[in-house]
Design a protein around this ligand. Structure first.
Ligand SMILES: Cc1ncc(COP(=O)(O)O)c(C=O)c1O
Length: 413
């Protein structure tokens, strides 16, 4: 029951009442209690490059960033972010007016929504959505309007995942998106590559979204934290499409790209007026954060192409290992074209309640996963999907696969 004051008023305000403890906390606690392998939460079990860690140590020792860094972020990191957008995406941003450093992508999302959404505004988000989106829309007083991504027909074109044996790819229903726009719609909240489905929105999908945004004069906030984790197809920043640069807030962070999720260094790139708006909210959230780590991430962004390729190839191999293992265990697998998550469908096992499945999985198999239903408003759409993370050491994934095969198929595989 919700905590109350003596007069019976709930302690948690009504905007946040529906956001209790996250399923990640519950599942991670289960993992600890049962000694299960945790493929629930998405963090790597090995740290990022040694030279980047050393860069952080050097900054700490040299006294760089130990006191409040500048509000927009240190100039070295803003320049590195601008150079990264040019190098990988051909986008040009002014480091002084068009880049803002944040406490991870999480703060960037919160600040963007708090800055741009008025109470009563509608925010369209792709469902299933990353859990902070709903809470941030609520904190901003907005109304979330989910548009559901669904797996395409089996055996249909694989779209961004290359087709063939990739399994049905999750797609955006453009008619549904168009129908979701009302006169109250303020912005579209995108995420590509997409957590938890692993889909990478195609050029055709993004072009249609961009045309809609221009036609209906909508802002776009796009979460691209998995921009470098793409195994099939390409990551296309929507800001690169015609008419989008001036209406798009692009968000990314160092957590996934450099395997330092604990550092919480993120950034926003956008036109000066949008950056100024986001900064207005951000300055009263954290003001600044992660001083010495900002120096290290500036160096990380300049790593050679071989680093980025190596990260991708390493994760592609892990993806393939887990996908094959999950298939062998009897699940339908939606092979991800990006991110480090695999969404599976448990119905071939004769089960349909992903929440119950995930609650029983640690006991049954010694593995923890996350029920996708927590990422949906339309619970029925997501009830039978379960997400596994593959950003873990190969030996850990192999052991997880062995346990799942033993537990789900009685050792048949
Ligand atoms: C889609 C998405 N956005 C944002 C984040 C959080 O990024 P950060 O750790 O930089 O705050 C995550 C982390 O899992 C994510 O999956």
């Amino acid at each position: 029951m919700a905590a109350m004051t003596a007069t019976g008023r709930p302690l948690l305000n009504r905007r946040l009442a529906e956001f209790g403890t996250t399923v990640f906390a519950e599942m991670s606690a289960l993992a600890v209690a049962t000694g299960a392998i945790n493929l629930g939460q998405g963090f790597p079990d090995t740290d990022g490059p040694e030279e980047v860690r050393e860069a952080a140590v050097r900054a700490l020792r040299d006294g760089r960033g130990n006191q409040y860094p500048p509000g927009p972020g240190i100039p070295e990191l803003r320049a590195a972010v601008a150079e990264h957008q040019r190098r990988f995406h051909g986008l040009s941003y002014d480091p002084d007016t068009e880049v803002l450093v944040t406490a991870g992508a999480t703060e960037a999302i919160a600040a963007a929504l708090l800055a741009l959404v008025e109470p009563g505004d509608e925010v369209i988000a792709l469902e299933p959505y990353y859990d902070s989106y709903a809470a941030c829309v609520a904190m901003a007083g907005g109304t979330r309007v989910p548009v559901t991504l669904r797996p395409g027909p089996a055996g249909g074109d694989g779209g961004g995942d290359g087709g063939g044996d990739g399994g049905p790819r999750y797609r955006l229903d453009l008619d549904e998106l168009r129908d979701a726009v009302t006169p109250r719609t303020r912005l579209l909240l995108l995420n590509t590559p997409h957590n938890p489905t692993g889909t990478v929105l195609t050029r055709a999908e993004l072009t249609a979204v961009a045309e809609l945004a221009v036609e209906r004069d909508l802002l776009v906030v796009t979460d691209e934290v998995y921009e470098h984790l793409v195994y099939e197809g390409e990551h296309l920043p929507i800001a690169a499409l015609p008419g989008m640069r001036e209406r798009t807030v692009t968000i990314s962070s160092a957590g996934k790209t450099f395997s330092f999720t604990g550092w919480k260094v993120g950034w926003v790139t956008a036109a000066p007026e949008l950056v100024a708006a986001v900064r207005s909210a951000k300055q009263y959230l954290t003001y600044v954060s992660a001083g010495p780590f900002q120096y290290a991430v500036a160096e990380a962004l300049a790593l050679p192409d071989a680093y980025y390729r190596g990260l991708r190839e390493d994760l592609r191999a892990k993806r393939d290992l887990l996908v094959a293992g999950l298939r062998a265990a009897g699940l339908t697998v939606h092979r991800p074209a990006g991110t480090y998550f695999v969404t599976t469908d448990i119905r071939p096992l004769g089960e349909s309640d992903g929440m119950a499945f995930c609650r029983s999985l640690p006991e049954r198999c010694g593995v923890v996963a996350v029920p996708n239903v927590v990422f949906y408003d339309h619970a029925a759409e997501g009830a039978h999907f379960v997400r596994f993370a593959f950003c873990k050491r190969e030996a850990v994934l192999e052991e997880a696969v062995r346990r799942l095969n033993d537990g789900l198929r009685g050792g048949a595989a």
